[in-house]
Design a protein around this ligand. Structure first.
Ligand code: PHB
Length: 375
């Protein structure tokens, strides 16, 4: 076990069991879309990018969203596939490089759902797929999924997980957050279906549960399944899928019964309380109500918090909480198990090693410049 130079950082460096393996510490690399896999194939640049973060000391890497084999899974150019011989070969090289550097790695299985619109890359003639039809200018830009479409998508997740396991990934993360396919079914505002996939929270969670079950069946017991969810949406940072702890409990129990091992709880600021009347974060609530380990994520270590619009639009950022107090406290108390960093690891791949060695002043800060010059 690595000994932190400053004892207060030690909680970040205690190992933790992960399926048949042990993670060397509690630091996770959060999934981030990088759009650098032309034709959906992760190449040498991706190998070097992930190797650098593994060498920097992270325990677990969750890859950028990588698309399952369904015609409408993609929404952006140069996002990697998790299907087809070439893409799987590319990922195999990434996995080997990460393992060699002592970290574990899982792919984030992604289908963008109704965030995709007719006309978007990489196949403009394919509409988005979602719970409801969306029309723009008289044209169907998002198709309401039929029961047959749902079966097909569930099978595509299972196949991606099977392939991930075959090429050496250590588990999978299912992207159930941020208004993409799975979350668009969960969120009431985007799902007004009147069949068994719409209506009650349990019905809206049915697609998620089916996918988790199919992935479990495809990969067998002991292969870690992480599930990422969020209250916030790409189109609405203040949106909610659950209003209180009671609803959260119902939601989580369905997913635990389906086979989720670890919840990756995506918040924009991990120190914020989830519900009125308690200071507990959404990750802490999730751990307590589900009984499963959780990953906490949301502006850890950042002194500037940009929204996606601020980052893209050259606007100034909001103030963050640059120090690690909220993170160390939640790890120390056992409220959360793992902590994911995104932008911080773009700015400085050596973040874990520098914290371990208490070289905090040497950590490169995240700002727009750091993002543009990231390697
Ligand atoms: C993004 O590209 O901005 C993005 C992608 C996936 C997410 C969130 C944001 O889950």
């Amino acid at each position: 076990m690595s000994q932190a130079h400053d004892p207060q950082h030690q909680v970040l460096f205690n190992p933790i069991a992960f399926g048949a393996h042990t993670l060397r510490n509690r630091i996770v690399m959060s999934p981030m879309t990088r759009q650098r896999s032309p034709g959906g194939i992760p190449g040498e640049q991706s190998v070097a990018y992930y190797r650098r973060r593994a060498e920097g000391g992270v325990g677990l890497i969750v890859t950028e969203g990588t698309c399952i084999g369904h015609p409408a899974a993609h929404g952006y150019n140069h996002v990697p596939d998790l299907f087809g011989d070439q893409a799987l070969e590319g990922w195999k090289s990434v996995v080997a490089a990460v393992h060699k550097a002592g970290a574990r790695i899982v792919p984030q299985l992604w289908h963008v759902g109704p965030i995709r619109r007719l006309g978007m890359a990489p196949a403009p003639q394919v509409p988005g797929y979602g719970p409801m039809e969306i029309r723009e200018g008289g044209e169907v830009v998002v198709k309401a999924m039929t029961l047959a479409d749902i079966d097909e998508v569930v099978e595509a997740y299972a196949q991606a997980a099977r392939d991930a396991q075959a090429i050496g990934f250590d588990g999978v993360e299912i992207h159930g957050a941020h208004e993409y396919l799975i979350d668009s079914f969960i969120w009431q505002r985007s799902n007004q279906r009147d069949d068994e996939y719409g209506g009650s929270l349990a019905n809206r969670t049915r697609l998620a549960a089916r996918i988790v079950r199919a992935v479990r069946e495809a990969t067998g017991p002991g292969f870690p399944i992480l599930f990422r969810f969020s209250q916030w949406k790409i189109s609405d940072y203040d949106a909610r899928i659950v209003e209180d702890a009671e609803q959260l409990k119902v939601f989580l129990q369905i997913l635990v019964d389906a086979g989720v091992d670890i919840f990756d709880v995506s918040t924009r600021r991990c120190w914020e309380p989830a519900f009125a009347g308690s200071s507990d974060s959404l990750a802490a609530w999730t751990r307590r109500l589900s009984g499963k380990p959780v990953v906490m994520v949301g502006s850890v270590g950042l002194d500037k918090v940009y929204s996606i619009a601020q980052l893209r639009g050259n606007e100034s950022a909001d103030a963050g909480q640059g120090d690690l107090t909220p993170v160390l406290g939640q790890l120390q108390s056992g409220a959360v198990d793992l902590v994911a960093l995104g932008r911080m690891l773009l700015a400085d791949p050596q973040w874990p090693n520098k914290v371990l060695e208490n070289r905090l002043a040497e950590i490169r800060r995240f700002d727009r410049e750091a993002m543009l010059t990231e390697v």
